[in-house]
Design a protein around this ligand. Structure first.
Ligand code: CA
Length: 224
């Protein structure tokens, strides 16, 4: 399960990151409203924790943009402000829950669990896109009657592309997600695995290809 933490107070962001990592979440952390929109639109998070007072775009504006874009990820708003008016604004703008700072760790985890149970009951066992089906348990990529086994890294890259078919994924995003923010992986690693996947797509006879978007990254494309 992936969570995006949006909080500009760095010690608090770090504390949230630690609490949720310890709880088993894979955490991305950003510190302003514009990055929040970029990240939230770029990846399929299971939960977003969103502070209200943020640089660039405030939390309500971020919420508004995301909901208008059709994103239905559960969003937990977090703020130091205790005014009832804020709470009403937040929930009206499409937040799922609301917590005021400072908060208790147990209460945070209880709310996170409640929010993600609502949407996360059914385990997704496969990701499909066009004529492709990726089995999440066996890491087999299938197209019609053909199937091919993916290596661990090929699987991670393929899964990200298939889960975000309308998005251009940058090499940096792929490195952060697949190899980890602290890894020493470079663009060459990404290019190598994209090339492996292209060969497998060709072998499968899929109509889907991985398109290079100049200077941006990669996106899936379906042949008509
Ligand atoms: Ca803040």
């Amino acid at each position: 399960m992936n969570v995006l933490i949006v909080e500009d107070e760095l010690p608090l962001a770090k504390a949230l990151n630690q609490i949720l990592t310890k709880d088993g979440w894979i955490v991305d952390e950003v510190h302003d409203g514009v990055s929040a929109v970029d990240y939230a639109e770029g990846f399929a998070y299971d939960l977003i924790i969103l502070d209200v007072m943020l640089p660039k775009l405030d939390g309500f504006e971020v919420l508004h943009v995301l909901r208008r874009a059709g994103l239905n990820t559960p969003i937990l708003m977090l703020t130091a402000r205790t005014a009832v008016a804020d709470k009403v604004t937040g929930l009206r703008s499409g937040a799922d829950d609301y917590m005021t700072k400072p908060f208790d760790t147990d209460e945070l985890l209880a709310r996170v669990a409640a929010l993600t149970r609502r949407t996360g009951e059914i385990a997704v066992e496969q990701v499909t896109f066009a004529d492709l089906k990726l089995d999440l348990a066996s890491a087999e990529l299938c197209c019609g009657d053909n199937s091919v086994q993916l290596s661990k890294k090929e699987f991670d890259v393929a899964k990200l592309l298939l889960q975000n078919p309308a998005q251009t994924l940058t090499k940096e995003q792929l490195i952060n997600k697949v190899w980890g923010v602290d890894s020493e992986a470079t663009d060459n690693n990404v290019e190598a695995y994209i090339s492996f996947l292209r060969k497998k797509l060709k072998y499968l006879g899929s109509r889907v290809s991985i398109k290079n978007i100049q200077r941006l990254g990669y996106r899936l494309e379906v042949e008509a």
